[in-house]
Every structure is written in C-alpha cells, then in structure tokens.
Write a protein that binds this ligand. Structure first.
Ligand code: SF4
Length: 432
C-alpha cells in the first residue's frame, strides 16, 4: 500500500488548526448620532472606524475642511477638541456647515477639565455633538470631580448623547491609583507596580461607568476605553476590561507615534485584540509628518480591518515586493498609481458601483510568480522583468485576455480596470 504523507497530514482532523478570529465579544450596542450619518458601535455591528482632527476647533472653516476630508476617507465618527469657550461656540456652526455640504458624520467632543462648564454654557454645542468623550482622570479632583463628572453625564442623559469614558495611562485618576498602591503595599504578596497601574486603569473606567449609570445614563449610551502607549500593556488592559464588562469598547493605542512605528505598533496591538473578538470601534493615533495628511490614520484603520478580513472598504491591490528582476521603476509606479487612483475614486465608486470594494487587483513585477498571482486576482498584470520580452500579460477573472506592449502600459491598464469595474459593478441607474 502506498502512503502519501502529505495527504495523510491534510486528512488528519486532529492536525487541523482552527482558522479565523475568535467570536466577537458580546457588547451593548450604542447608537451614535441620528439621521443619515448615524452608526452603531458594538451590539454586533461591524467595527467602526473613527479619527480625530488636529485643527483648532475655534477655526470653523479649517475644522470643517478636515472633518469632511476624514469622513471622505472613510471615518465614520470624527472627534474634535472642545477645550475652551471659542471652540464650544464654534461646534454648532461646524455641524451646520458640514450638514450643508452633505457630510453627516457624527461629531464627538473631546472634553478635559472644563467640559461640565462648556456643555452647560453652550447648549447648542451640547446638542450638535453626537457623543462626548471624557477622561475620569481629567475632570477635577475629589468632590469637585464628582460634581463635574455628574454635570457632564446629566447633560448627556438630557440630550440622549453617548459618552465615551476614556481612562488614559498618562492622566490616570491619581486618588484611585494611590489607594490601590497603598492596598497593594499592605498585601501579603504585592503585585508589581505595572500590574497595579493596569488594574487602576480598568477600575477607573468601570467605576466611572457604574457612576454614570447611577446618575441616569443608560448602559447603551456608554463606551469605554483605557488607552496606554505600550502594546503589551494595552492588550492586557483591554482583555481585563472585556472580561469584566459588556460595555462597547473603543480600541486605540495612545501616542502610537510617527510613520512606520505608529502604524506597526497600532496594527500589532489592535490586530491581536480584534482577533480575540475584542473591540467595537478603533482609532489609529498617528502623529502626522509636518504638513502631512491627517487622513492616513483612517486609511491605516481601514487596512487593519480589511487585511484581517473583518470589513471591506476599498479594492485590494496586491503587489509583489519587487526584487533584482525589477530594475526599472515602472512596476512600483504602476502599483502606486493604481492604489492611489482606487482610493481617490472610492467615495464616488461606493455609491455608483455597489460591491466594488471586494475587487482584487494584482500588479506583479515579472513572469516568475506574476502570472500565477495575477490569475488569482479579478484583474492582474505581470510587468516585464529585467531581460524579459517587454510585454505585460493581463489576466481577467483568471484568464489571460490580452498583452500590453510599449510605453502606454500603465495608462492602458488603468482603462482596463475602469472598464472592468463599470462592466461588473455598474448598475443601470448609474449609467442613466
Ligand atoms: S514576482 Fe518577480 S519581480 Fe516580483 S518579487 Fe517575485 S520574482 Fe521578483
């Protein structure tokens, strides 16, 4: 009897590893906003992408422009800083201008220290915002804290707004931390300082949420977060929060950093938690390059969710990394151009070509792996590598349909992608 070791391995169920993410953690759904831009966070909804502006909120036009850009990039909630009187006064005007532009993305107000006063003195601001974000470590001290926290929560309950109670490592509730540190010092086997700090983060969020409920805020109006800047601490803190409550959770690594460091740290932390079923909305806190594009944080958040298979936002462009066979820049330029073109067109395509986000495009650098990979995509092209005949076979739905030649390969391929999208995803109404 012959024995094929490969088949034996494939057919042995004991060796089959589970695939895919853990089931989503059950959380209470929180509706944010009303009307066309409203979203639900948690309660089984897809993981929501959010972002934050870095403009002075008192500068109405700049803030409107940035909120609109973030929303156009795909941010489903946008947070703005409300730090002083002119900012609070600007909020209703920002909302109005966005509505007039047809941009209905819900706005979240970020409050620290004087949020209770601003929300009281600027009722139009309190109404225009869809959600308030407060940090229990930044709402005053002792009896003042309870009064200020209560005011914000009561206003949220009055206007039926959602509240994110966001503990933050850098501004942790010092009274709670000191109490837990004292108790730990007296314990028979004291925990490490880091463990006590993580416990304080979790308790700060949970105790504040319980207090908010006592004050009349419904459970389906509360979202929790506990942001830390170290990846391992963040993962531990969120696992603790997820295990101890069913509040919807906002995930984000605080002070993730700039460039690749920020992207990698956020992807590692959020990826692990999302894989474990934890997280209902995410924000990737990237420090932009001076003059850089703020919408990058939205792109990264979407790509984390899409590459992990949780949501689809834009067609994926697969490209080989290139190697010694790709001595010209034609291949990199085509991969970049196609990716940029698709991202830029998506706001229009989303409504014009329903389902276009599931499209897969492959741009490969030579004939070694190129044709094979191209066949797996909806549309794929294999550019000529060094020393290869200067021709580029194009594969559509797994079959070689044509071969491009000469200087205009990039432009021709773009037209082929456009035609394919029109043919496959175009609807009759869009054509009219
Ligand atoms: S497909 Fe060709 S060019 Fe791209 S990495 Fe592989 S061998 Fe190199």
């Amino acid at each position: 009897m012959t024995h094929d070791p490969d088949s034996a391995i494939l057919l042995d169920p004991a060796l089959a590893l589970p695939s895919g993410p853990a089931p989503r953690r059950t959380s209470v759904g929180v509706r944010i906003g009303s009307g066309p831009g409203a979203v639900q966070v948690g309660g089984g909804s897809p993981v929501i992408v959010q972002s934050m502006t870095n403009t002075d909120t008192a500068d109405i036009d700049q803030t409107v422009q940035q909120v609109a850009a973030l929303a156009k990039a795909g941010s489903e909630l946008v947070r703005i800083t409300v730090d002083r009187d002119p900012a609070a006064a600007a909020v209703p005007h920002i909302r109005e201008k966005l509505d007039k532009m047809g941009c209905f993305v819900p706005l979240v107000g970020d409050f620290h220290y004087i949020g209770h006063r601003l929300l009281t003195e600027y009722p139009a601001c309190a109404e225009a915002l869809a959600k308030y974000r407060i940090n229990p470590g930044n709402v005053g001290f002792r009896e003042k804290r309870d009064r200020q926290f209560s005011t914000i929560v009561e206003i949220a309950a009055k206007y039926d707004k959602a509240v994110r109670i966001g503990a933050n490592w850098g501004s942790l509730d010092q009274e709670l931390l000191t109490r837990l540190m004292d108790e730990n010092a007296k314990a028979a086997s004291p925990l490490a300082v880091g463990a006590v700090t993580r416990e304080a983060m979790v308790q700060s969020a949970l105790l504040s949420a319980a207090r908010a409920e006592e004050l009349g805020l419904k459970r389906d109006r509360i979202i929790l977060s506990a942001k830390v800047s170290a990846v391992q601490d963040l993962i531990t803190v969120y696992r603790m929060l997820a295990a101890r409550s069913d509040y919807a959770l906002h995930l984000g690594l605080t002070e993730a950093g700039m460039g690749s460091k920020g992207i990698v740290a956020s992807s590692a932390a959020l990826g692990i938690l999302l894989q474990e079923g934890i997280g209902d909305t995410i924000r990737v806190s990237l420090t932009p390059q001076p003059g850089g594009d703020r919408t990058l944080e939205v792109t990264v958040a979407q790509e984390i969710l899409q590459t992990m298979g949780f949501r689809t936002f834009v067609p994926l462009v697969a490209a080989c990394p290139g190697c010694g066979r790709t001595t010209s820049t034609v291949f990199q330029e085509l991969a970049r151009d196609i990716q940029t073109y698709i991202r830029e067109e998506m706001p229009v395509w989303r409504t014009r070509y329903p389902g276009v986000e599931t499209l897969n495009v492959a741009v490969m650098g030579c004939i070694v792996n190129g044709p094979g990979e191209s066949k797996h995509a909806d549309i794929g092209i294999s550019l000529p590598g060094t020393g290869e005949t200067p021709t580029a076979p194009v594969f559509i739905d797994g079959e070689k349909k044509m071969t491009l030649r000469g200087e205009g390969i990039a432009a021709e391929f773009k037209t082929i992608v456009e035609d394919y999208i029109e043919h496959r995803f175009g609807t009759k109404s869009a054509a009219e």
